[in-house]
Design a protein around this ligand. Structure first.
Ligand SMILES: Nc1ncnc2c1ncn2[C@@H]1O[C@H](COP(=O)(O)OP(=O)(O)O)[C@@H](O)[C@H]1O
Ligand SMILES: CC(=O)N[C@@H](CCC(=O)OP(=O)(O)O)C(=O)O
Length: 285
């Protein structure tokens, strides 16, 4: 038999919901691009909670577009195949074998797992990669990085079509070369160009740290574009944080209203950031 609990939790939840109304109204019909990093998708439970939150956004009339990474998962597969891998300035040096493995892992297993998780949560997710409908064309970024690509052209019409019909696009960053082949585009970079082209109101970069930290390890809650450039220049931001901050700067300059770098390992960070007065992570605008 169903029992009805009598305690204060229900009332607190109802108050939280009620206080969310102005935020829900603010974001209705807006596009929000969410980058789900390979580290953030560390466990099945986290992925399940992420999928639930995304479906909730869609239910509120927001248009979420998901771009996923999978760096650690590519690393695992390369290890199993005895292929050595290294990063320069946060980007994977990608020879032909590496880009093949990256495509298999990102556009295959990870993309479909995320699509399935969102659909199991009640959404209608559609998986695609930068190659589908010419979403992203890429070229070589630097000779020493091989097939690590930089986006040169985007066509976001497929995303608009899917979002308008209530679907949730889930994008792998692997992109088509201008003259054929595949390029391994960093997932932050892909999310940034997509957010810029869509004129998204928010770009949320979910990662494995609370946000951007200063030299002493304190969380920086607000950054201007100028501050962000300074962090790269003086070495405060290193490794994977470099493409993340560069992405954030480019997105703001392309017209995205704000970029948030937040912890994907903590459940419901997206909801805290969007629907409460308490921001999560670092806001850059
Ligand atoms: N100033 C900084 N603030 C926060 N993290 C930083 C900073 N500089 C470097 N990092 C590193 O960047 C990492 C996030 O980048 P990355 O590992 O590529 O994440 P993801 O896989 O989510 O894209 C953090 O875990 C941290 O080790
Ligand atoms: C060129 C480059 O570095 N590509 C990345 C693509 C995946 C990615 O960005 O995943 P995360 O967001 O989980 O780090 C890579 O090969 O790891």
């Amino acid at each position: 038999m169903l029992t009805r609990r009598k305690n204060e939790n229900g009332w607190t939840s109802a108050q939280t919901l009620s206080e969310a109304l102005p935020f829900i109204q603010r974001y209705a019909d807006q596009t929000i691009v969410i980058k789900f990093g390979g580290n953030a998708m560390g466990s099945e439970e986290l992925t399940r909670q992420f999928a639930n939150d995304v479906v909730l956004l869609r239910q509120f009339g927001i248009r979420p577009v998901i771009v996923h990474g999978g760096g650690p998962q590519i690393g695992d597969m390369l290890g199993r195949l005895n292929i050595k891998s290294e990063f320069v300035d946060g980007l994977r040096v990608s020879d032909i074998e590496t880009v093949d493995v990256a495509e298999m892992v990102l556009s295959g297993a990870i993309n479909k797992a995320l699509v399935q998780a969102i659909n199991e949560a009640g959404g209608r997710a559609v998986g695609l990669s930068g190659k589908d409908a010419n979403l992203i064309k890429a070229r070589q970024l630097r000779e020493d990085l091989g097939f690590a690509g930089e986006p040169v052209e985007t066509d976001i019409s497929v995303l608009n079509t899917l979002s308008a019909d209530g679907f949730i696009p889930v994008v792998s960053p692997i992109s088509a070369g201008e003259t054929g082949g595949s390029y391994n585009v960093n997932a932050d970079t892909a999310a940034g160009v997509i957010a810029g082209a869509l004129g998204a109101s928010r770009l949320m970069l979910l990662t494995d740290i609370e946000g951007v930290k200063d030299k002493s390890g304190n969380l920086l809650t607000n950054l201007s574009v100028g501050d962000a450039r300074g962090l790269i220049k003086d070495g405060t931001a290193s490794g994977g944080m470099i493409p993340k901050i560069e992405t954030a700067i480019n997105a703001v300059e392309a017209g995205v209203r704000a970029v948030v770098i937040l912890d994907g390992r903590r459940a419901h960070g997206l909801l805290v950031e969007l629907f409460t007065d308490d921001g999560a992570g670092t806001l850059l605008r």
